[in-house]
Design a binder for this molecule. Structure first.
Ligand code: H79
Length: 584
């Protein structure tokens, strides 16, 4: 196994994959259910009558609960309504193809029958049942891949596990002993007691060494060669990459990625969390991720009684209704073949076919630039009897390929209507950055050419941001086609690493060169990007100025940072330069 190479998109190059054969089902699946269920469902976000802030399954850590006191929760764990068939039924109905359930979260409590460690649901609770056993069977019956979450690094119950610094002294911990005494024996149980496991979802590799990550990944593969290992095993040793919790990149990624995501803000059940995303937002995220070639692992946090929250059930049903009609645009598809996402929606593809998934349904006709394949049919998935007509031609000056589709009218019954487009030959798109039919031009950072020295400081994160831009000598350029020209308002999108962290790069001075025109500006927070994607990773928008650009078949746009704010870390997370046309 060679170390994975990061490409321009920050992803792992397609050429280097560890378990290509086992990834086939995972790539096709695109959509899975995460289940966070454990003792934390009992306090449900409250301790001693007080609401505890943060995510529900972190309660023990956030409230610094002594381990013996937390462990006594087990005395009251009796989820009489637990019904594996019902849970799996909801997943199936929603169109999910795999299910990942917590076998042991950071609190260290095993939610299965562990012979090696008594701190588990069969041994320590009055319920005495192993939910994983029923779930494994129910998944198999429903044709859903059964997968298991296991917290390999943090364990707040074990004296040698990571991150409990209120009961134990970090200096006295022996991680090796923890691996040998608890983790490896438990992995062995999980990989031998429940039949074939689709993947093990490791998490938070905060303290684990590369050697230990490798040892665990190899151990999983030695027990079940076809079991995938999630990216959070650490040190890039997983079979696919895990993006951050609820993190959705600004553009296409290359390589295999998955985003774990919540329906409200918590993973483990929390009574006080009413922040439910709407069905429409969840569908938007599913479509956005599919367009970027990323799997969506959507969480449910069942109650201590063993029930899915009604809000989760409602949303799963809604997603299922949409998937019944439009699922073929999600399953087994790959990312948008164009260099850019489009504002109107997302594109997915299969051999011989494209899908246009509309966030904004066209009023009567729709235009797309850059598709070179001849179209043989267009079908509205919701209503195949709808007659849509289309025209394909080349623009004289720029040579860009133009597609016009007409016959839309009305709005789809299901929000986010989808067209299935049959094409001739292998997909062939114009890779140039072209001014779009709505007059706008967008320049993603990850598609820029990097100039200057030393280049290696600047990289692109898996989310599509520049990172480590610390040197004034570095500059970026894009060559683009601006066939119509116009007056453009210029906006730069920057970000923070997470909602809990300050924005990055504020007050840096930027200089933009468009042909002979120079525009300077300072990064500030004029506004935030309003998109479901940015809920947990806000993006800031700075208006830099306006500029007139004449029609140009090949225009070079350059970006430099001329001054870094001294007080801050000399780096900036920039995602995109947007030239938005003003006027009509
Ligand atoms: O299992 C779910 C989370 O519990 C786990 N990953 C997903 C899939 C996770 N582990 N760590 N984190 C997520 C990040 C933790 C962030 C924290 Fe906090 C910030 C921990 C302490 C400060 C948020 C705020 C949680 C408690 C307070």
């Amino acid at each position: 196994m060679s170390k994975a190479k990061r490409d321009k998109f920050g992803g792992r190059g397609q050429a280097v994959v560890y378990n290509d054969r086992a990834l086939v089902w995972w790539r096709d699946a695109r959509f899975g259910m995460f289940i966070h269920w454990g003792l934390y469902a009992l306090p449900a976000g409250e301790w001693k009558g007080q609401a505890v802030p943060g995510i529900g399954e972190w309660l023990m850590h956030t409230a610094r609960i002594p381990r013996a006191e937390y462990a006594s929760l087990a005395d009251n764990f009796k989820p009489e309504h637990f019904n594996a068939k019902e849970w799996v039924g909801y997943a199936s109905q929603a169109g999910m193809k795999y299910l990942v359930v917590t076998s042991k979260h950071h609190d260290g409590f095993a939610m299965y029958d562990s012979k090696n460690n008594p701190y588990n649901v069969v041994h320590a609770t009055p319920w005495k049942r192993d939910p994983l056993k029923d779930l494994a069977v129910a998944c198999r019956e429903a044709g859903i891949k059964f997968c298991i979450y296991y917290s390999q690094d943090q364990d707040w119950h074990d004296p040698d596990g990571a991150c409990n610094d209120w009961d134990f002294d970090a200096a006295g911990k022996d991680f090796r002993a923890y691996l040998d005494r608890k983790v490896k024996p438990q992995l062995k149980e999980l990989l031998t007691q429940y039949g074939p496991i689709g993947l093990i979802w490791f998490d938070t590799p905060y303290t684990i060494s590369e050697k230990h990550s490798r040892e665990l990944a190899d151990y999983v593969r030695s027990l079940q060669p076809d079991c995938l290992v999630s990216g959070r095993i650490g040190h890039d040793l997983g079979d696919y990459g895990s993006l951050g919790d609820n993190q959705i990149p600004s553009g296409r990624v290359s390589g295999d990625y998955e985003t774990p995501a919540t329906m409200n803000d918590t993973w483990g059940y929390k009574t006080g969390d009413r922040e439910w995303k709407s069905l429409s937002t969840l569908l938007h995220l599913l479509i956005d991720l599919a367009g970027k070639g990323i799997n969506y692992l959507l969480n449910v946090g069942p109650t201590a009684k063993g029930l899915f929250p009604q809000e989760s059930i409602d949303r799963l049903k809604g997603i299922g209704t949409w998937m019944n009609v439009n699922g073929e645009a999600i399953y087994g598809t790959q990312a948008n073949p164009f260099p850019l996402d489009h504002d109107w929606g997302r594109i997915t593809r299969k051999p011989g076919r494209l899908y246009f998934l509309f966030f904004h349904w066209p009023k009567d006709f729709f235009m797309l630039y850059g598709l070179r394949n001849k179209i043989t049919s267009i079908r509205f998935l919701e209503d195949p009897s709808r007659k849509l007509s289309w025209r394909q031609f080349k623009a004289t000056a720029s040579g860009r390929d133009i597609l016009e589709v007409s016959g839309f009218g009305g709005t789809p019954v299901l929000e986010y209507g989808v067209l299935g487009i049959d094409i001739e030959g292998d997909i062939d798109v114009d890779e140039r950055l072209i001014q779009q039919p709505d007059g706008t031009l967008r320049l993603p950072m990850q598609l820029a050419d990097i100039h200057g020295d030393p280049r290696d400081q600047l990289r692109f994160t898996s989310s599509g941001f520049t990172s480590g831009w610390t040197n004034k000598k570095i500059w970026l350029s894009w060559s683009c086609c601006i066939p119509e020209g116009g007056t453009f308002s210029i906006e730069v999108i920057s970000a923070c690493k997470h909602i809990e962290l300050p924005p990055s790069g504020l007050h840096h001075r930027l200089r933009l060169e468009i042909g002979a025109t120079r525009i300077v500006g300072t990064l500030k927070e004029d506004g935030i990007v309003d998109d479901p994607r940015t809920q947990y990773f806000p993006e800031h928008c700075t208006h830099i100025g306006s500029v007139n650009i004449n029609p140009a078949e090949n225009c070079m746009i350059k970006l430099r940072i001329t001054e870094f704010t001294p007080a801050e870390e000399h780096s900036v997370l920039l995602s995109e330069l947007r030239l938005i046309r003003l006027g009509k």
